[in-house]
Design a protein around this ligand. Structure first.
Ligand code: G1P
Length: 285
């Protein structure tokens, strides 16, 4: 059973400057909830009770969001009878969630970030990784990670979430080769001419412990960074790792366009916003 998720959150978030000058990009809201919180909720629905934040010393706000609520604010909202706000505040972190924070002293790549969490998952058969800015909106079930964790519990297969992307975008992703649904090879950010397929990995991974051991030896790869893709590729001959074609829609909230899409899509489903937004949209369009 997978009980721990690693959230690599030490990245600089420069694409969203100046918003991210002092606010971590993972705390940017989609409608009214930070991206970090959507990820934690998706992990919780997957049965995961331990979150490991791989953070940078400059992004302390992320840890603050996962700490218990300020007692003074709780007392004030209680005294004023503001139950809905109290629920929003207390619901920000599921009760019973264990949070471990480890530091990634230097941004040496996603593989390095995951490797920084090795002690927090030592002794476990495997672990999950979520990239918080890959926001997967699944209204059909408990969510992408829950489906992947359930697959592992049911069949023993590890998995990576994948989706088809336009061939000219393969150089933005890890790209997989498949035999059936089994991943036989993967390569980080291949040029379209050499990409083995147009099936790209998006930010959900359920991985065997062997990947952590492989990361001990992975050398800098694409972009001069230590790549998680290379750590996974090293175990594919020995471990059954599947491509998981997930339900729902993935918004790339690391890009302004994807972030705008996520906000519009969720606002159009928000009971308080949907009607006025629908009425106003034709006007602005
Ligand atoms: C990372 C991974 C890449 C994956 C992508 C998904 O890349 O290295 O394999 O396809 O996330 O969003 P990054 O977006 O950090 O460059």
């Amino acid at each position: 059973m997978i009980s721990t998720v690693i959230l690599p959150v030490a990245g600089l978030g420069t694409r969203f400057l100046p918003a991210t000058k002092s606010v971590p990009k993972e705390l940017l809201p989609v409608v009214d909830k930070p991206l970090l919180q959507y990820a934690v909720e998706e992990a919780w629905r997957a049965g995961i009770r331990h979150v490991v934040l791989v953070n940078s010393p400059k992004k302390a706000g992320l840890e603050a969001h996962l700490r218990p609520a300020d007692p003074e604010l709780v007392a004030e909202l209680t005294a004023k009878g503001k139950q809905d706000l109290l629920d929003a505040l207390l619901g920000a972190v599921p009760e019973g969630l264990k949070v471990t924070v480890v530091m990634q002293p230097q941004a040496l790549g996603l593989g390095h970030a995951v490797w920084c969490a090795r002690e927090a998952v030592a002794g476990e058969p495997g672990f999950a990784v979520m990239l918080v800015d890959d926001f997967i909106d699944d209204t059909t079930g408990p969510g992408c990670l829950a489906d992947m964790v359930a697959l592992q519990a049911r069949t023993g297969a590890w998995s990576l979430a994948v989706e088809e992307v336009p061939r000219e975008h393969t150089n933005r992703y890890g790209v997989v080769s498949l035999a059936g649904e089994r991943i036989t090879a993967m390569v980080e950010k291949p040029a379209p001419e050499v990409a083995p397929s147009n099936l790209a990995v998006v930010g959900r991974y359920v991985l065997p412990a062997a990947v952590m051991t492989a990361l001990d030896h992975v050398k800098p790869g694409a972009g001069g960074e230590i790549q998680l893709t290379d750590g996974i590729a090293a175990v594919l001959a020995d471990e059954q790792v599947q491509a998981h074609r997930f339900a729902g829609v993935r918004y790339d909230c690391g890009s302004k366009f994807g972030y705008a899409q996520a906000n519009i899509a969720l606002a159009l489903r928000d009971p308080a916003l949907a009607a006025p937004l629908r009425a106003w949209l034709p006007e602005v369009l």
